[in-house]
Structure formats: structure tokens, C-alpha cells
Design a protein around this ligand. Structure first.
Ligand code: XMP
Length: 208
């Protein structure tokens, strides 16, 4: 998606840390409603199991499923690509699936596709459980090469983004929009709490 319209200003309380609004609340709401319609078409007539990856999907998932007028069951997989004492980039499963998905229609929901490593690994895990079919749905895509999602909310450039569920060191998840974090925030401020992986450190600076 190419943003031609001027972006609204970052709300005053966030201006020191968030450089730019990338996707507004209204744009998120409108796109997610459309995605829900498409998903309804594809899954109608079947009860689906929505499997959502923790923690970044919280806001997206809530808005997506409240727009789905379909019978569904919901479960979560906890996965983190970095963690205390864990080498950067290594995936750690923090919560396993509890529902039985064998023979079921599954919608796998994630917040953002970056390298695609997370979705690829989780897809492999789910396929081994023999569902009838799996469709993937992500809010943001940074042009991952490893795997393509069936439903993508927004194509975004390679910036480190936060908000609307996405975090840096567990912060900023409560922003109602998706914004670009100032590099100085993730390079200095929170480094001791949760250092960004090398992948996260390479993100481009927004063009002025
Ligand atoms: P991969 O590379 O496995 O990355 O596709 C997916 C996971 O990495 C996190 N991620 C981000 N989190 N802002 C974030 O807040 C970002 O720009 C970003 N890029 C990747 C996220 O947890 C995602 O599920």
C-alpha cells in the first residue's frame, strides 16, 4: 500500500518516541472490516478454529473476530522470537495450542510478517496436527520471502513499527494506530530490558 494522503500528527503524549503515524485508527478499522468479509466468504458453512499468535495480535484479533459473523472457536499459540537468555532470532514457544484442530478449518492470525520465520515455523507445527485446511492472516507484511499469507491487511516498508498490539520491549501495544518508532528509542532507551535482534536493528529510517 502506498500512502498518498498526509499522515496525521503523532498524538502529543507519544511524540518523543514515535516519529510518524504509519496507519491510522480509521484505516485499520476499515481494512479489517474488509478482511473479515473476505474471510467470511471463504469459511462460510464451516465452524473454524482461529489460532492467534501471542502477544502482538491482541488488538487486531479482537477487531477481526468481532466482525466475523461465523461460528468459531479461538485458541492461542505463544511464540517469541527473542527472550531473556535466548539468542536473538531463536523462536521460543511460550504457550501451546489446546484445541484439537484435526480435520478442522483453521485461520492462523499473526501481527506482522517480517522474515516470515515465525509463520513458517508455526504453520509447520499446525500442519502436523492434520487440519482440513489452514489459511493465514496477517495485519502487516514487510514483504517476507519465506512464506506468503492468504490475507494481508497492509504492505509496509521495512521500518520498526509499534502500536495496535505491536511492541518494543512490551511497550506501545496500546497505541490505537501503527507508528514508526524513533531509532534512538530502540537503540538506547530500552536496550537493557529487551535488546532488539540484529534483524530488528537494520530497520530503515523513515524518509523525511
Ligand atoms: P518474522 O521475522 O519471524 O517476524 O516474520 C515476526 C515477528 O517478529 C516481530 N516483529 C516486529 N514487532 N515491530 C514489532 O513490534 C516490527 O516492526 C516487527 N517486525 C517483526 C513480531 O513479533 C512478529 O510476530
Amino acid at each position: 500500500m502506498v500512502w498518498t494522503r498526509p499522515r496525521p500528527r503523532v498524538p502529543a503524549g507519544w511524540r518523543k518516541e514515535v516519529e510518524r503515524v504509519l496507519i491510522t485508527e480509521a484505516e485499520l478499522a476499515s481494512r479489517i472490516r474488509k478482511m473479515s468479509r473476505e474471510i467470511e466468504q471463504e469459511f462460510k458453512g464451516h465452524e473454524m478454529v482461529v489460532v492467534s499468535l501471542l502477544n502482538g495480535t491482541v488488538m487486531f484479533l479482537a477487531d477481526l473476530i468481532r466482525n466475523l459473523s461465523l461460528p468459531l472457536r479461538l485458541d492461542f499459540i505463544g511464540v517469541s522470537s527473542y527472550g531473556a537468555g535466548t539468542e536473538s532470532g531463536e523462536l521460543v514457544f511460550t504457550k501451546e495450542l489446546r484445541l484439537d484442530v484435526r480435520g478442522r478449518d483453521v485461520l492462523l492470525v499473526d501481527d506482522i510478517l517480517d522474515t516470515g520465520k515465525t509463520l513458517y515455523r508455526v504453520l509447520g507445527k499446525l500442519k502436523a496436527l492434520k487440519p482440513r485446511r489452514i489459511k493465514t492472516c496477517v495485519l502487516l507484511n514487510k514483504a517476507a520471502r519465506r512464506v506468503e499469507a492468504d490475507y494481508v491487511g497492509f504492505e509496509i516498508p521495512d521500518y520498526f513499527v509499534v502500536g495496535y498490539g505491536l511492541d518494543f520491549a512490551e511497550r506501545y501495544r496500546n497505541l490505537p494506530f501503527v507508528g514508526i518508532l524513533y531509532p534512538h528509542v530502540y537503540k538506547q532507551g530500552c536496550q537493557k530490558i529487551n535488546p532488539p535482534s540484529p534483524r530488528r536493528g537494520k530497520h530503515r529510517q523513515p524518509a523525511k
